[in-house]
Design a protein around this ligand. Structure first.
Ligand SMILES: C[S@@+](CC[C@H](N)C(=O)[O-])C[C@H]1O[C@@H](n2cnc3c(N)ncnc32)[C@H](O)[C@@H]1O
Length: 378
């Protein structure tokens, strides 16, 4: 009999991470859905309440709902909140048929928008528009937005906004999601509408598969808030926490979806000033390592407060480099966790250069490791 080590039990390399609604819309540093799925199967009971205070693209929330648990998500980033809600909210037959009609209506418009005398509309203006968007693209995005905003059902509106958001980088002059440089793409008339309809059809069928699995008896809330203060969640009310906070000095999540947020009128400043661990803080503003610890302690103290006694928090987090110093995050957490009422139950680390990585190989550089830390509220 082959016995697996604990680390390999949490290794999902090579597995399909895009099933159901998990592949809707790009989002950086997602964890594999198999991770919350396995934790829920091993440690949770149907009907319990799961919290992810850094919910990002909603991976934990989607799995919680499939499992049959209630889900609460929190993220400082407005796009993350919209995306998480859409990915984890099942739609009804009636809503699907309204979406189908919407897609058909847009498809029927395409030839008109490709023709010489295409419609002329007043474009929605956003900052940086001329540099980042061709005029014909701005017209077609504005047309789509106007049509989406006519929808009366909020869940349908949000779903269509996420479809539109997912194609924004492709139809902009931005090279790619990961390369922030303007290039010439020569996007032809009608292309934006075609790209929208193609994505809408794909997301529609993923959403239909997901919706069939969800029992309406479970509930979900997603808050646009700063997890250093979770005062909207009562003490001792959460059964299990599954989350992955930022890895310090690694990303600026608030910057990542800049243009998407401008088109959708989502706030950028709240995330900019309240995101913890951002590159902005540690590379541009040159904050010290102590600030990172202070922020994490605030978040962990809130997680401890809302969790029921003897219940668990599962934290995926990576080491980081601040001012050239390697911060071994499992050591920092092991030191402060007991002081705020958490017992460190288990730490599974992976050096990421091996196949057994939990999530992102690029963190293997400079001796950084990634950890799954299991804390118990005492
Ligand atoms: C590693 S990502 C989470 C990814 C998520 N596990 C997934 O699979 O999509 C970290 C998230 O923390 C969020 N975040 C950063 N600072 C925050 C804060 N102060 N309060 C709440 N969320 C915050 C970021 O916006 C980002 O979405």
């Amino acid at each position: 009999m082959i016995t697996q080590t604990r680390e390999t039990q949490f290794s999902f390399s090579g597995e399909d991470t895009s099933y159901l609604t998990h592949s809707l819309h790009p989002y950086p540093a997602k964890f594999p859905p198999q991770l919350p799925k396995k934790i829920l199967e091993d440690y949770a009971v149907k009907g319990q309440t799961v919290l992810d205070p850094f919910c990002g693209s909603g991976t934990t929330l989607v799995e919680a709902r499939i499992f049959g648990a209630n889900a609460i998500g929190v993220d400082v980033n407005g796009l993350s909140v919209l995306l998480s809600k859409v990915k984890a909210t099942p739609l009804t037959e009636q809503q699907f048929s309204i979406i189908q009609s919407f897609i058909l209506k847009i498809e029927n418009e395409i030839s008109k928008w490709k023709s010489e005398n295409r419609p002329q509309i007043k474009i929605k203006e956003i900052e940086g528009q001329e540099h980042w968007f061709q005029y014909n693209v701005s017209e077609e995005i504005t047309f789509l937005l106007n049509e989406i905003l006519k929808q009366k059902d909020n869940n349908i509106q949000d779903f269509l906004k996420i479809v539109l958001s997912s194609i924004i980088v492709r139809v902009s002059n931005q090279d790619s999601d990961t390369r922030f440089a303007a290039i010439e793409k020569n996007i032809v008339n009608g292309y934006t509408l075609e790209a929208f309809c193609k994505k809408a059809r794909e997301y529609n069928s993923r959403m239909a598969e997901f919706s069939e699995l969800i029992h309406e008896t479970t509930e979900m809330q997603v808050y646009n808030a700063d997890s250093r203060n979770l005062d909207f969640i009562p003490d001792n009310s959460i059964d299990i926490i599954i989350t992955s906070p930022p890895y310090a000095n690694t990303y600026d999540y608030y910057l990542y979806h800049k243009f998407r947020k401008r088109w959708l009128d989502l706030d950028v400043k709240f995330a900019q000033y309240n995101e913890i661990g951002s590159r902005r803080e540690y590379s541009s503003l040159k904050e010290k390592k102590e600030k990172w610890n202070e922020d994490l302690i605030k978040c962990f103290a809130e997680m401890q407060r809302v969790l029921k006694p003897n219940h668990f928090a599962f934290i995926v987090i990576g080491d980081s480099v601040i001012k050239k110093e390697l911060i071994k995050i499992e050591k920092e957490i092991s030191e402060f966790a007991p002081k705020i009422g958490f017992k460190v139950n288990e730490i599974l680390s992976s050096d990421l250069s091996k196949h057994s990585r939990i999530f992102n190989p690029s963190y293997a550089q400079k001796g950084k490791k990634e950890h799954l830390i299991i804390l118990e509220k005492v």
